[in-house]
Design a protein around this ligand. Structure first.
Ligand code: GZL
Length: 320
């Protein structure tokens, strides 16, 4: 609100003259998906820390993984006249109308960790990893690890219709192309949660000769992998040995599993999407400098060779 008052748009070549006020007088509305995974909870913690560091007034709304709650929250932020909106969109479609309303209200929107199928003019930038690349890294690890040996793979997908579920599947399948020893025999959503990951893995094990036909699990996030590891153990099999386990996020608990030899690899996703988002917003506020449409965060592969216990200890403090 204060930012919008400070904003005086001169019609000089359709440009805007921005006050040089600091980010500290900004109010940002953040529509968060929920707390479905350890990574999501860490993202929320880190976002609040990053706002606090900058003296930004953060209005936080938890959508309990429902898009209609996110749309309601965005409309409320618009009505409050916030200076900017951050949203982690639970699914990729259905955003055009409400993003158009934010645009009409001249409120910049920044997407965090997921993208939307909407015209790029409807948001300022998206701070995300390369989700296809993450799936590709996981797939390449499995190709290298199986080295041509026949391997039936089961896949736990993320939330149906979300950009990570779509893109991580795409990247993984691309990596397996040309390696006919690897076959995805079962694939179903576990909605990014431990509970659902365990439940669906139990059904995979039952359907695949008690798990004897399964050589590897690819889970779109660590939380589903951790749930599935429980199911594999309850079926009397050794996760990480009888069934290889590769997933994405690099949350502390997957390193705990790795240290116990129960998980094999994970691809890191930083929970700090908000830092780069706040920086892009501050630069825009200061001199109208528009950020690129995509601010990409790093993706790093970790395996059992990377001293998982040490990584676990180091990560414990970072918002998890
Ligand atoms: C991916 C992010 C995913 C995480 C999950 O960018 O949206 O959502 O991988 C979380 O842990 O549920």
């Amino acid at each position: 609100m204060k930012f919008m008052k400070a904003l005086s748009c001169a019609t000089v070549l359709a440009g805007c003259v921005f006050s040089s006020a600091s980010a500290a007088d900004m109010t940002v509305g953040f529509s968060q998906i929920g707390s479905e995974s350890g990574w999501r909870a860490a993202e929320t913690t880190v976002t609040k820390q990053e706002a606090e560091k900058r003296g930004i007034d953060l209005k936080f709304a938890d959508a309990q993984q429902k898009q209609e709650n996110q749309i309601k929250a965005l409309r409320s932020f618009i009505a409050q006249g916030v200076d900017a909106i951050f949203v982690a969109p639970v699914v990729a479609t259905g955003w055009d109308e409400v993003l158009g309303e934010a645009k009409d209200a001249s409120i910049p929107v920044i997407l965090l960790d997921r993208t939307v199928d909407a015209d790029k003019s409807l948001y300022m930038t998206a701070v995300t990893s390369d989700l296809v690349h993450e799936g590709n890294v996981a797939g390449k690890w499995l190709v290298d690890t199986t080295a041509g040996k026949p391997c039936n793979v089961v896949e736990l997908q993320g939330t149906t219709g979300s950009s990570p579920a779509i893109d991580r599947k795409k990247g993984f399948e691309e990596a397996l192309k040309g390696h006919d020893n690897l076959k995805i025999v079962r694939s179903q959503t576990g909605d990014f949660t431990r509970t659902k990951g365990k439940e669906v893995m139990e059904s995979f094990l039952k359907a695949e000769n008690g798990g004897k036909n399964i050589c590897a699990l690819y889970a779109h996030n660590d939380d589903m992998a951790v749930g599935a590891i429980q199911a594999i153990k309850e079926a009397g099999l050794k996760p990480g040995k009888d069934i290889l386990v590769v997933s994405i996020d690099a949350v502390p608990d997957i390193f705990k599993a790795m240290a116990a030899g129960e998980a094999n690899a994970t691809v890191e996703l930083t929970p700090n999407m908000a830092g780069p988002a706040f920086d892009a917003l501050a630069a825009f506020k200061k001199d109208g400098k528009e950020p690129p449409k995509w601010i990409q965060t790093e993706s790093k592969l970790y395996t059992q060779a990377d001293d998982p216990q040490k990584v676990y200890d180091a990560k414990k403090g970072l918002g998890y």
